[in-house]
Design a protein around this ligand. Structure first.
Ligand SMILES: Cc1cc2nc3c(=O)[nH]c(=O)nc-3n(C[C@H](O)[C@H](O)[C@H](O)COP(=O)(O)O)c2cc1C
Length: 272
């Protein structure tokens, strides 16, 4: 077991709180997470995919189970997804690429086959429910994968070409690809470092939300990230807060995602 204090120090870049708590393997695994962007070509043992999809154990809004996942192992299709997701090399390196779907198509199909309307699907709330369902299921699968010694990496970049991804995967109406997930054995030569997170004083609010009080924590995090980037020999010249603010200052970061409303309309969602 990793020394808890050292693990907490890696996660926060400092000792975040007085450590005097129960500790277990699950907590340790959660704290040890790091996105993997370099994979070995080794195939996954048989049965691994099915075990990961037992992510179905996650809670689901009203138990409507409004998510699905497409497991892509075919090399040609992975190559296409790699191109659609901004040419990120790990997409085609990983032996398994999971595309997590907000899936209201199944419910639409059930309603259609019973001759019932499905007007509620026209409302954003249902889409949010489905995205939440898909996301927490995906995180369950991520934790399961990490517990098996596998590495994972979320790929939101598939939304830069949502329509093309939907065509490639043969998605029916009311099914929206939320993000991809690379799964495979991490390349041991490229260690995924634990990336520090914001101090808890920025994200943990007691009783009521406080915004102005977060400034000190944000300034501290800028220093922590500067140190992290130096340690990792990453050439990041600007502060985390400046970098993050730049991302929302223009539409550059969004690129292909800009027309998502139109794409969602094409998928059948009215977004009322
Ligand atoms: C929904 C989502 C989409 C993401 N998309 C990408 C992506 O397209 N490419 C990538 O390399 N990392 C992607 N990431 C990984 C984040 O960059 C990463 O989680 C973050 O920098 C924190 O690093 P860590 O996961 O190593 O702790 C994504 C993460 C999430 C949650």
């Amino acid at each position: 077991m990793t020394n808890p204090v050292e693990l907490l120090r890696s996660r926060y870049g400092e000792i975040p709180f007085n450590y005097d708590l129960p500790w277990n393997d699950s907590v340790e695994m959660i704290l040890s997470h790091g996105s993997v962007r370099s994979y070995l070509p080794d195939p996954l043992p048989s049965g691994t995919l099915e075990l990961l999809v037992a992510a179905q154990s996650a809670a689901s809004s009203a138990n409507m189970q409004t998510w699905s996942v497409v497991a892509v192992e075919d090399q040609e299709r992975t190559e296409e997804l790699y191109k659609l997701a901004n040419n990120q090399i790990h997409v085609k390196q990983a032996p398994l690429f999971l595309v997590w779907l907000a899936d209201l198509g199944r419910l639409a199909h059930i309603a259609d086959s019973r001759g019932l309307p499905h007007v509620a699907l026209d409302y954003i709330e249902l889409l949010i429910k489905a995205i939440v369902d898909a996301s927490i299921a995906a995180q369950n699968a991520t934790l399961a994968a990490e517990s098996l010694g596998l590495g994972t990496g979320y790929i939101g970049a598939i939304r830069k070409n949502t329509q093309e991804v939907a065509t490639l995967l043969n998605l029916p109406p009311f099914v929206f690809p939320v993000f991809g997930l690379c799964v495979g054995y991490p390349n041991p030569e490229v260690k995924a470092a634990i990336k520090p997170r914001l101090p808890q004083s920025a994200v943990l609010h007691r009783d009521t939300y406080k915004l102005a009080e977060q400034e000190e924590a944000i300034a501290r995090y800028n220093d922590i990230m500067k140190e992290f980037y130096t340690e990792q020999k990453m050439n990041v010249a600007v502060d985390w807060s400046e970098h993050s603010a730049e991302r929302i200052a223009t539409l550059d970061y969004l690129k292909g995602c800009k027309n998502l409303r139109e794409t969602l309309n094409n998928f059948g969602f009215k977004l009322l």
